[in-house]
Design a protein around this ligand. Structure first.
Ligand code: ZN
Length: 161
């Protein structure tokens, strides 16, 4: 299913289990945030087609973290440069603010674009993400959530809805 969050931002979500996928169109750049799970692959491809975006035209992928349900479709996008916590400093898109939010995982990121906050699995509409996973750093979660809550956003775009 496709939910239009603003003129150039779309939320894709799926019947099968997997993360949401977000698309930001900025000029000729198509930016994806997370890629969801293998189980959602066909739905993802169908929805991209509805938006008239071909996988080869995705240029940038931003990962909120590397849990399997967010990264299993990376291979669909041969022309995308992939950014995660390790190389996020190389990202040159000044209109996207990167926020480090360790807690759910030690490498979790959130992204702020205009008034839309892409919060990954750190913050959901219904509360905060799990911190009992092997990659979690529970002691940092509250600081990270506070960081996000103080940002000036209107729309929360979480990893799962
Ligand atoms: Zn996760």
């Amino acid at each position: 299913m496709i939910n239009k969050l603003s003129d150039n931002v779309f939320q894709l979500y799926f019947k099968e289990f997997g993360s949401c996928v977000y698309i930001i169109k900025i000029g000729k750049d198509n930016i994806l945030i997370d890629t969801s799970s293998k189980a959602t692959r066909q739905e993802l491809l169908d929805e991209l087609k509805q938006l008239k975006i071909e996988p080869k035209d995705i240029h940038i992928i931003l990962l909120t973290h590397r849990h399997w349900d967010h990264i299993e479709n990376l291979e669909l996008f041969p022309n995308a440069k992939i950014y995660d916590e390790k190389n996020i400093n190389e990202l040159v898109l000044i209109m996207i603010r990167v926020i480090k939010v360790p807690g759910h995982t030690k490498d979790s990121l959130a992204f702020l674009y205009k008034d839309i906050l892409f919060s990954g699995d750190t913050l959901f509409h219904s509360g905060i993400g799990r911190t009992d996973l092997p990659e979690s750093i529970p002691g940092k979660m509250q600081d990270s959530v506070n960081k996000l809550k103080h940002l000036d956003y209107q729309v929360l775009a979480p990893g799962h809805i």
